[in-house]
Design a protein around this ligand. Structure first.
Ligand code: FPP
Length: 235
């Protein structure tokens, strides 16, 4: 491995975490145990990224499509969400991490909405890494909500529609686009994640299942990113 100190750390890393179910299946455990292990990996990854000097980390925690899973699995995920959101307050504050949420939280139960608000509020003065948690997030839904807000603003005319204006109506307003997108468990799909924002992101896919993802894996992804030549469409 290259010397860590010589690695250029991506400013913004986005992650699609995948493979919790397969991880549990391999161990003859219920799927919920895979999600629990996944939450622990998430906690460690937030810490690892903050310590490496990543400025923004965006993680896909729950998609607008995940509601289609069995009632039992959705309810286990909600329980985990309740528990880990509280734990995350401590992890974020210990690591000077500011937490933001993207997605449409209105579909969650009232106590979860309050938990989200508390997590965001109690970390808002932290000045280190920004951890963006995408929950009940879907990129097409985000774009749909942005377009609805633009149309509602009667002062905006067709000439005002620039890329910057559209970006400013997305949930990620003010956050630079991801430099590196990591997907675990070997799937070559974007799954309705940050479609607008990843236009020029480098993509890294690993076969490692999310609960097994660790700092060594993170460094491998960053090393691979360091070998890419980013041209943003130029030559
Ligand atoms: C992907 O594995 C995981 C999810 C779709 C949701 C789980 C998210 C977390 C554990 C992060 C914390 C967030 C919450 C809301 C608790 P999969 O179930 O798709 O795995 P598989 O493809 O192997 O079945």
């Amino acid at each position: 491995m290259d010397n860590i100190n010589e690695l250029k750390i991506p400013r913004h890393i986005a992650i699609i975490l995948d493979g919790n179910g397969r991880w549990a299946k391999k161990r003859f455990l219920p799927r919920a145990m895979g999600h629990k292990a996944g939450c622990e990996t998430l906690e460690k990854t937030v810490e690892d990224c903050a310590r490496l000097g990543v400025e923004y980390l965006t993680v896909y925690g729950f998609s607008t499509e995940n509601w289609k899973r069995s009632e039992e699995e959705v309810s286990a995920l909600m329980q985990l969400f309740r528990f880990y959101m509280k734990k995350l307050v401590g992890v974020a504050n210990e690591n000077n991490v500011k937490v933001k949420m993207i997605g449409d939280k209105s579909r969650f139960s009232q106590d979860i909405i309050e938990g989200i608000d508390f997590l965001v509020e109690s970390t808002k003065n932290n000045t280190g890494m920004v951890f963006i948690f995408a929950v009940n997030y879907g990129s097409r839904d985000e774009i749909r909500r942005a377009v609805a807000k633009i149309v509602e603003n009667k002062e905006i005319t067709a000439n005002d529609i620039t890329e910057e204006l559209i970006a400013s109506y997305l949930d990620t307003n003010g956050i630079p686009d991801p430099d590196l997108l990591i997907r675990t468990s070997g799937e070559f799909r974007i799954s309705n994640y940050l479609l607008w924002q990843i236009a020029y992101s480098e993509v890294y896919i690993t076969d490692t299942l999310w609960p097994d993802f660790d700092k060594a894996e993170l460094l491998k992804a960053i090393e691979s990113y360091n070998k890419r030549e980013r041209r943003f469409g130029g030559r």
